[in-house]
Design a binder for this molecule. Sequence first.
Ligand SMILES: CNc1ncnc2c1ncn2[C@@H]1O[C@H](COP(=O)(O)O)[C@@H](O)[C@H]1O
Ligand SMILES: [Zn+2]
Length: 336
Amino acid sequence: MEDFIKKCPKVELHAHLNGSLSIETLQKLAIIKYGKSNSRFKELCDDFRNFEDHSMSECFQKFKFAHELTSTLECLREATLLAIKEFSEDNVVYLELRTTPKSTEEMSKRDYLENVLLAIKKASEDYPNILVKLLPSIDRSQGLDSAEEMFSLVLDFLEDDRFKDIIKGIDLSGNPTVGNFGVYKNLLVRAREASLKLALHCGEVENPSEITEMIEFGMDRCGHGTFISGENFELLKEKKIPVECCLSSNVVCGTVKNFNEHHFKRLLDANHPVVICTDDLGIFNSNLSSELTIAFNTFSLTIDDLRKVITNAVNCSFAAEEDKSDILKKIEAFFI
Ligand SMILES: CNc1ncnc2c1ncn2[C@@H]1O[C@H](COP(=O)(O)O)[C@@H](O)[C@H]1O
Ligand SMILES: [Zn+2]
């Protein structure tokens, strides 16, 4: 089955750029940045792979490693290209990447966003089998000023003919135990008015009042949705908000005890639009094929279920209608 899933054309809707850098990619970046790799790098890799207390904070510590290696423009462009290459090698035919623009000694946030967009354009030539879109992220732990700065860059790039078709929406992410949603509402309203879609991390940790506030506000897709229950779950269903489930991410971060208890099955059984995503394949040492294989095996899915989950992903993607129908054709042809 693993082989069948690997060959299947797939759609990835929830992938953070810096979390999607495999160990091999990080190693290549380390060589570009520091010259030859050394034994310290191996230690860092071992550290990176080991999870001791399965907590959200441990997971967030690990991003620092990737961020250090994407702090130059050359490394950032290369990281973006390599991430896309690896998704393409896994037969992902449509990818929505998300990332929070950062400023470093070598670049401004504008440089960051522009260079990620340039790398996505380059990837369309180097890896023509995968169509890539970008959802710039608000990091909820960084506060409103930082989000406003990012949003004004996004508005500028939406006016730029080179990039306007690449940016499809806004992601709200970042450590869910820090910051609060309400602060970003007004900005998100303006994003909607600019025709951007909203993919919001919601209910990754237990916070019922924030979950209610977010679902009432509305979103085009919900990231994780782990702790959405009771009336909030009913409201989610009523509003038919698709949920992006990230199995390994939730189990490794300790928000779901084990794969068997993952809410993915509850959503699938409720016939709710649900998709499987990787979140941070570098951090969780997985890829989309392995996440789908975990879902298939854990929940004894049928081929029809698999087809449904992958088709759901196309339908709730932020792709243009004609791109959606091209992708659906590829998937249909595979399942015949
Ligand atoms: C594990 N669950 C998660 N929950 C919330 N936010 C997450 C996340 N995983 C990743 N991110 C967000 O994505 C950033 C890394 O990619 P970029 O530097 O933006 O490319 C993290 O710093 C965090 O803000
Ligand atoms: Zn995420």
